[in-house]
Design a protein around this ligand. Structure first.
Ligand code: NAI
Ligand code: MG
Length: 500
């Protein structure tokens, strides 16, 4: 299918890839949807169609699941020497690294994020994730256990791959989310069906080619493009799938849990957030200003851990709000591939409308706009100006709900008592992340203990590493991604006891 519109700044190689007749990876072959259907992929900087990709439905899902089932039950992947699995994961990392610019261009074009950011964040973090998990492939082991029942037994545990894994990912970090899911599952010896987000399938399709080239055997990884209801739902419900790992909205997370009930497949979920950033009066103010601004504006606020509730001590409230608002007002909006771009468009028309309607609802309920607002001033594309709201109250939608855009609510506090501060910070159904800005060590650690969230950053925000576990308390999810902890998502433990 012909490319209808592509940014002239992309390299010929990227343009050629965008224009190819896209195929899904099923059972080691690149195939169209069984129905022959495709759907359009949009450039969020213009609203124009970039290309078309196959629309997987139940029949394609079934073929992919059967392939992954066969690859798990009979194929080489779970039986391969761990070092060989590790070597293939390392090769995937090398190939991605060799094509850094191409992956970054594709990500920028498809998702809207600045090319420069994709190049220094999304792609290198993806490479690190595959390398880190390549290392784990040879280090997954059980324990020997002394039984109190006596010394006539020899007991040990085996850590075995959980089986066929369905993985469903969102559009905010399309390539990186694929890596967070694929790398640990593959390191453990699982076989996978990965469904890409319908808004941003391009880097995942390119990754499918790379995984094939790196020597992942047929059926061990299958990559589908399709919609949530048409492809995600039958995948989450499929009886031959042993485990489903999902990242996306809390609403769909609840649907995944229900879909998984049929065969009681295991479930892990990485869902929404409404993360607090708490600035104490003794914080280094310049650091707190730039840090809390980037906590919300990084990736256009399209981060599950975005610092969207900014609590600032009343002594420094005006100063911090002014600083963050100045940064917001200075941010240059442009297409992601424009070298001057500091913030690109949001990912889709749907997301654009959602974020603008939140800003409007905040204003209607009495919030004051310190920077930004509902009108971006950019002629076309899904641009939203980074926005700072004050004069909110805890019951407003903008304070309670995940906006998933560059919108922060700044709230003053005068509390001296740490419990009162924690009560505000924890006043949410979510519990994904948080940051605290202070020079007071004791306060930092007290807040770190008291926050009900999976991540606490001190004098920083949005710091990720393949070695750091990441995930949510409360309605932000089940289980952890990354680090050694993620291996639990993809392993079963078997206890073996031998009477001596
Ligand atoms: P979503 O949760 O609908 O989509 C995420 C993934 O789930 C996509 O691959 C989608 O195709 C799939 N999906 C959708 N419905 C499904 C179903 N019934 N069964 C199985 N899979 C299904 O998120 P969406 O619509 O893209 O964004 C809506 C809101 O969700 C955002 O505004 C944001 O608040 C939140 N979100 C949170 C993310 C996070 O990282 N925690 C990521 C993306 C969105
Ligand atoms: Mg949705």
């Amino acid at each position: 299918m012909a490319t209808l519109s592509i940014d002239p700044r992309v390299s010929g190689r990227t343009a050629d890839f965008v224009a190819t007749d896209h195929r899904m990876l099923i059972d080691g072959r690149f195939v169209p949807a069984a129905s022959g259907k495709t759907f359009p992929v949009y450039n969020p900087a213009t609203g124009e169609i970039l290309t078309h990709v196959p629309e997987a439905e139940a029949e394609d899902v079934n073929r992919a699941v059967l392939a992954a089932r066969r690859a798990f039950d009979e194929g080489p992947w779970p039986r391969m020497a761990p070092s060989e699995r590790g070597r293939i994961l390392w090769k995937i990392a090398d190939l991605i690294e060799q094509h850094t610019d191409e992956f970054a261009e594709l990500e920028s074009l498809d998702n809207g994020k600045p090319f420069a950011v994709a190049r220094v964040a999304d792609v290198p973090l993806t490479v690190d994730m595959f390398r880190y998990m390549a290392g784990w492939a040879t280090k997954i082991s059980g324990k020997t256990l002394p039984l109190s029942a006596g010394y006539d037994f020899h007991s040990y545990t085996l850590r075995e791959p959980i089986g066929v894994v369905a993985q469903i990912i969102p559009w905010n970090f399309p390539l990186l989310m694929a890596a967070w899911k694929l790398a640990p599952a593959l390191a453990c010896g699982c076989t996978v069906i990965l469904k890409l987000a319908e808004q941003t399938p391009l880097t995942g399709l390119r990754l499918a080619q790379v995984m094939d080239e790196a020597g992942v055997p047929a059926g061990a990884v299958n990559v589908l493009t399709g919609f949530g209801e048409g492809a995600g739902a039958p995948l989450a419900a499929h009886d031959l799938v042993d485990k489903v790992a999902f990242t996306g909205s809390t609403e769909v997370g609840k649907l995944i849990v229900k879909a998984a009930a049929g065969n009681l497949k295991k479930v892990t979920l990485e869902l929404g957030g409404k993360s607090p950033a708490i600035v104490f009066p003794d914080a280094k103010i310049d650091q707190a200003v730039s840090g809390t601004a980037s906590a919300i504006f990084f990736n256009h606020g399209q981060c599950c851990c975005a610092g969207s509730r900014l609590y600032i001590h009343e002594k420094v409230f005006d100063q911090v709000v002014e600083g963050v608002s100045n940064i917001a007002s200075d941010i240059k909006l442009a297409p992601g591939l424009d070298p001057s771009c500091q913030m690109g468009p949001l990912v889709s028309d749907e997301q654009y409308r959602k974020v603008v309607s939140y800003i409007e609802s905040g204003i209607a309920e009495g919030a004051r706009v310190q920077a930004g607002g509902p009108v971006s001033g950019v002629e076309r594309g899904y641009f939203v100006r980074p926005t700072v709201l004050t004069n909110t109250n805890p019951r407003m939608k903008v304070v309670q709900e995940e906006i998933f855009g560059p919108v922060v609510c700044a709230v003053p506090f005068g509390d001296k008592d740490v419990d009162a501060i924690l009560k505000r910070a924890n006043d949410t159904v979510f519990g994904l992340a948080s940051s605290v800005w202070t020079q007071d060590l004791s306060m930092a650690h007290k807040v770190a203990r008291g926050i009900r969230a999976g991540t606490v950053w001190v004098n920083c925000h949005n710091v990720f590493d393949a070695s750091l576990p990441f995930g949510g308390y409360k309605q932000s999810g089940w289980g952890r991604e990354m680090g050694e902890e993620v291996l639990n998502n993809y392993l079963e433990t078997k206890a073996v006891t031998v009477a001596l």
